[in-house]
Ligand binder design. Structure first.
Ligand code: KIV
Length: 288
């Protein structure tokens, strides 16, 4: 391991883009509601180093169960375990000091009962130091959301395209194309907000649905394939940085990291093969 890879903390005083280093709180984020409020900036992070890099610019870091595909090469989020979420959650908390860190509850860790949800969520917060959990689902999950929030666990809801339900939904297409499904997603958002969620992620829905939920709930909404009129936005960090060739329509790429990594590794391979690396500056010689 390189000595340069030790943790240095998140925001640096010398970084002009850095925000104050005090961690944002749930009550502070809850107030960021409505067209006049500053939109919430959220990205996923799964590792300490990425958390360090993203933290100064984000209000929230989400340890998403999308680590299934991004980190582990799994076909869906269904196989993700509490152990995986706890390990990555702790790394992201260690790598950040400004953003609120929220952790996804993995499939199977919360749906059976509010009590099961509490046990899993409490474990995640205890083992990681994160401040909140996120869980997928609408009206059916409202009792769990209420149970957690009344017992000191802040919850972010997640409605619309809920990837853990891929086996029921049959894919990752946009939701709400029928009137009945659109009405159900709106009802889901209202139920989760009334149950006490401090924020709701709205993923992959027709834009009017995201706008209606945003207008009808008191907590901030965070869009991902929702609407610019949501109270904030979230993307998978590796998607917006261009690490993957294929991404959903809702991803905007701000970099081509895949291309840059390829070029850098090709240069390294060339240097090794031509013996241009290592150079004298990389080598140790006996002291004279
Ligand atoms: O797991 C994840 O990355 C998420 C976001 C896409 C919202 O849930």
């Amino acid at each position: 391991m390189s000595t340069t890879s030790t943790l240095e903390g998140g925001a640096r005083p010398s970084d002009p883009a850095a925000r104050p280093s005090r961690r944002l709180t749930v009550p502070a984020l809850r107030t960021r509601k409505g067209p006049d409020a500053e939109p919430l900036v959220m990205l996923t992070a799964y590792t300490a180093r990425m958390a360090q890099l993203l933290d100064p610019h984000c209000d929230m870091l989400l340890v998403g169960d999308s680590l299934a595909q991004v980190i582990y090469g799994l076909p869906s989020t269904v196989p993700v375990t509490l152990e995986m979420m706890a390990a990555h959650g702790a790394a992201v908390v260690r790598g950040s000091r400004h953003a609120l860190v929220a952790i996804d509850m993995p499939f199977g860790s919360y749906e059976a009962s509010p009590e099961q949800a509490f046990e899993s969520a409490a474990r995640l917060l205890k083992e990681t130091g994160a401040a909140a959990v996120k869980l997928e689902g609408g009206e059916a999950m409202a009792p769990a959301v209420r149970f957690l929030t009344e017992r000191g666990i802040p919850v972010i809801g997640h409605i619309g395209l809920t990837p853990q339900a891929v086996n029921t939904l049959g894919g990752y297409g946009a939701r709400g194309r029928s009137e009945a499904e659109a009405a159900k997603i709106v009802a889901d958002g209202i139920a989760i907000a009334e149950a006490g969620a401090f924020s709701i992620v709205i993923e992959g829905v027709l834009e009017p649905i995201a706008i209606e939920v945003t207008e009808r709930v008191a907590c901030p909404t965070i869009g991902i394939g929702g609407s610019a009129r949501c109270d904030g936005q979230v993307l998978v960090g590796e998607d917006m940085l261009g690490l993957f060739d294929q991404t959903a329509r809702f991803v905007k790429r701000y970099e081509d990291l895949a291309g840059r990594i390829s070029a850098a590794v090709a240069a390294y391979a060339g240097d090794v093969r031509s013996r241009a690396f290592p150079g004298a500056e990389h080598l140790y010689q006996p002291r004279a």
